[in-house]
Write a protein that binds this ligand. Structure first.
Ligand SMILES: Cc1cc2nc3c(=O)[nH]c(=O)nc-3n(C[C@H](O)[C@H](O)[C@H](O)COP(=O)(O)OP(=O)(O)OC[C@H]3O[C@@H](n4cnc5c(N)ncnc54)[C@H](O)[C@@H]3O)c2cc1C
Length: 388
């Protein structure tokens, strides 16, 4: 057993840490206030090769894998969860293509994301079908060799910036709940019938909008089917392999929040000593530090597993644990850290109220905490996770 990161990932961590401290931290509050997409940070990610981290070298990336992207996102999320989401979006919509798409699809759609020539977004959820994915109503009907897709996807992160969308639609009967009734497609933004709809007014992670994608009889050629017709399993494989990457947004946020609060309590005085001198505060710090390290271990292990292709059903509990634990921890630590600053923590002069608002998103996206608990429990009941 070896807990050391490989040398190239240690270098990556140091590089992204410096970038995050010098270029991303100073922008975080402004992004939150203006709610404007930080094009400068996107360009920074492109220039530094971070958009291609998770893409194999043969498709134009650097091949650092899911662990590489996890480490980079952890560093960025210490200062800005919006910027961390921008990096996550290099993998969420491309994941299904890398897992099951043809070489041609990878070349046409994944390579431009790696090089920063294109952006993409992921369309699974619908207003009536979030956790209950099979309740989706977006429909793809055959028309000659092509497919015609109609429906509305919602809460889609990065919908405005995307050049293409990974969209899931029913290819089986509309009311079917059978997994082979859903198929993944790539839909280009510029195609007739594709329209970005309503933008959501959200609580946190501002700057990277979420919103609707309206598809009205969009003609999709057969080559743009990702994997097989009826490949709903692909959605799950894609999401399973994303668990460490979402978890990284949680651990980075928790680390950033705790570090900020610790620096504050060491200099803030009350009752003739600093706040850090109180044992009650020290124990809080110790508890949070312990839980952060536990979450990091779960997250790194899940990334290591995902890079080995261990994101099929039997590995789900390990992946879901990382997402569940790290994102719930982000909410807990950002709340406790804010509390350690008292009134100052509640004000926009400090970043903790921003961390607190951003953290809540993480327990909802890509499978809520309750959905993760269901998956973990199923794994234990099925003995995919068992200890003898
Ligand atoms: C900021 C943001 C960005 C997002 N970005 C994207 C994106 O890019 N692409 C995309 O496709 N989607 C995106 N989503 C949607 C997200 O994936 C869904 O919100 C999520 O899957 C939950 O679905 P829901 O909101 O419909 O909640 P519901 O499914 O309606 O759930 C409501 C509540 O019930 C609980 N619940 C549901 N089922 C169960 C159960 N079986 N047992 C116990 N409790 C249960 C849930 O945990 C939740 O607390 C985004 C959401 C947000 C908030």
């Amino acid at each position: 057993m070896n807990f050391d990161l490989p040398a190239e990932l240690v270098d990556l961590q140091a590089t992204v840490r410096k970038l995050a401290q010098e270029r991303i931290a100073p922008r975080a509050r402004e992004i939150d206030v203006t709610e404007e997409y930080p094009e400068d940070l996107f360009e920074l990610f492109v220039e530094t090769g971070l958009t291609g981290l998770c893409v194999p070298e043969e498709h134009g990336g650097s091949g650092a894998g899911i662990l590489g992207l996890t480490i980079a996102i952890e560093e960025v999320a210490k200062y800005s969860n919006a910027a961390a989401l921008m990096l996550l979006l290099t993998r969420l919509p491309t994941g299904p293509v890398m897992i099951a798409g043809s070489d041609e699809l990878n070349r046409r759609y994944v390579t431009p994301v790696a090089t920063g020539d294109a952006r993409a977004a992921f369309g699974l959820s619908e207003s009536q079908a979030g956790s209950d994915v099979m309740g989706m109503r977006t429909k793809a009907v055959p028309d000659g060799d092509d497919w015609l897709i109609t429906g509305t996807k919602c809460w889609m992160s990065g919908v405005h910036q995307a050049d293409w969308y990974c969209v899931f639609a029913k290819t089986g009967p509309a009311d079917s709940r059978a997994h082979d009734s859903v198929t993944a497609f790539i839909v280009e933004r510029s195609w007739p019938g594709v329209e970005v709809g309503r933008t959501d007014r959200k609580m946190g992670v501002k700057g990277v909008d979420t919103g609707e994608l309206i598809l009205d009889g969009v003609r999709v050629p057969p080559g743009n089917v990702i994997g097989e017709i009826g490949g709903f399993r692909l959605a799950m494989l894609g999401l399973n392999s994303m668990r460490p990457i979402v978890a990284a947004r949680g651990i980075g946020l928790a680390e950033g929040a705790l570090m900020y609060a610790v620096d504050y309590v060491k200099q803030r005085e009350a009752f003739g000593q600093t706040i850090a001198d109180f044992q009650g505060i020290q124990w809080k710090i110790a508890e949070m530090a312990t839980e952060i390290e536990a979450a990091r271990l779960l997250t790194y292990r899940s990334a290591w597993m995902a890079d080995r292709g261990q994101f099929t059903k039997e590995w789900v509990p390990f992946l879901s644990m990382a997402k569940y634990y790290a994102t719930e921890l982000a909410v807990k630590v950002s709340g406790e850290a804010l509390q350690m600053l008292g009134a100052a923590g509640y004000m926009q002069d400090h970043p903790l109220e921003l961390y607190y608002r951003d953290a809540k998103q993480l327990t909802i996206v890509e499978g809520t905490s309750q959905v993760q608990l269901g998956l973990i429990a199923r794994g234990v009941l099925d003995r995919d996770l068992w200890w003898d």
